[in-house]
Design a protein around this ligand. Structure first.
Ligand SMILES: Nc1nc2c(ncn2[C@@H]2O[C@H](COP(=O)(O)OP(=O)(O)O)[C@@H](O)[C@H]2O)c(=O)[nH]1
Ligand SMILES: [Mg+2]
Length: 326
């Protein structure tokens, strides 16, 4: 799902500038065109004002396009619905979209009504009055949804921050900060996430794909330690929702070289297990461990130490999942 392409939402002032600009342009064109074959002044005035009114249909088009560019919450996959509920006021969001659609319909109604009036005007002045009245009413309808347009632009920015995930077999990579999750993602998938020698706050979820001709396993680098949801930062919340709604399988990265005590890492592992999905254990930084320490760890925990082994294990998990689903 990709929310990056939702175009920016114009504010009311900009929308009106565009529409009135279109009206002026249209007026100029009509005047030029009619220079040669001029009819009676009233006929000319009716024609001109009708065209100027009709030019405002650009507002309807823009507003309809705007509402169509946003997703329908109920049609989204569960992960995105959960993200929406977490990061947006969904009721409010729906209301703002409704307001934009309402405004488009109202403009269409005014426009049609005043086109008719201008066409039937009995004087040049009357034709002009219908047009200015129409412009006034449409302008206040647009101004009325000014706050909603601002809210929609805010929502668009929130949606943009959502990761672009595919609906496919997915494994989330969990573990304490700095244990080597992003490094592992890079090794497994060729993705190029940011890798730092210090624990840093990731600003987006890192994604990668294990491919075998075509993408087979979606990998998500999921930072955070699964403590209380309210205390998580935005990316940790996204990560948590990904584990809940997307992951069919978890990879837990264990790091025996890190200052995080093993007991804490084991507690996190238990929280990951509590998600109720298969968990593959991966021991990172095996190259830094004394052979004896490595041997002891391997005899205690059933863990993998190479990315190749883990890749095979993940493809196996995918096969099992598909077989069970069939
Ligand atoms: N020697 C060694 N260093 C590693 C390994 N995996 C990660 N690192 C280093 O550990 C640090 C943290 O890695 P990173 O992948 O950013 O950890 P993350 O915070 O869990 O995503 C970086 O300096 C990596 O280069 C490994 O297998 N061996
Ligand atoms: Mg990382």
């Amino acid at each position: 799902m990709n929310f990056q392409d939702i175009p920016p939402v114009d504010n009311d002032k900009h929308l009106l500038d565009v529409a009135f600009g279109a009206g002026r342009e249209k007026a100029q064109k009509v005047r030029l065109k009619r220079q040669k074959k001029r009819s009676a002044p009233l006929t000319e005035a009716r024609l001109l004002e009708v065209e100027r009114i009709r030019a405002l249909s650009i507002l309807e088009k823009r507003l309809m396009k705007l509402t169509e560019s946003f997703p329908h919450v109920s049609q989204l996959p569960p992960f995105y619905q959960a993200l929406m509920r977490c990061f947006l006021d969904v009721q409010e969001f729906k209301k703002t979209l409704g307001a934009a659609a309402w405004c488009a319909r109202r403009i269409a109604a005014f426009r049609q009504q005043y086109e008719r009036k201008a066409r039937g005007a009995r004087s040049v002045q009357e034709a002009r009055t219908h047009r200015t009245e129409c412009y006034g009413r449409i302008s206040s309808a647009v101004k009325q949804i000014g706050p909603e347009l601002i809210a929609l632009e805010r929502s668009r920015r929130v949606l943009r921050s959502f990761p672009d995930v595919q609906e496919m077999f997915t494994a989330c990579i969990a573990g304490f900060p700095n244990v080597g999750k992003s490094t592992l993602l890079a090794k497994l998938s060729g993705a190029r996430p940011k890798i730092a020698a210090y624990a840093f706050t990731t600003t987006t979820l890192n994604l990668g794909y294990i491919t075998d001709g075509y993408p087979q396993v979606q990998l998500i680098d999921t930072p955070g330690t699964l403590n209380r949801f309210e205390k998580m930062n935005d990316v940790e919340k996204q990560a948590h929702l990904a584990m809940e709604h997307l992951a069919q399988c978890m990879v837990f990265v264990l790091d025996l070289t890190e200052p995080y005590p093993l007991t804490q890492q084991m507690e996190l592992l238990e929280r990951v297990r509590a998600l109720g999905k298969p968990v593959l254990l991966y021991l990172s930084k095996a190259d830094l461990l004394q052979p004896a320490v490595l041997q002891a760890a391997l005899s205690r925990h059933a863990c993998l130490t190479s990315a190749d082994e883990l890749r095979r294990a993940l493809l196996e998990q995918r096969k099992l999942f598909k077989a069970n689903a069939a």
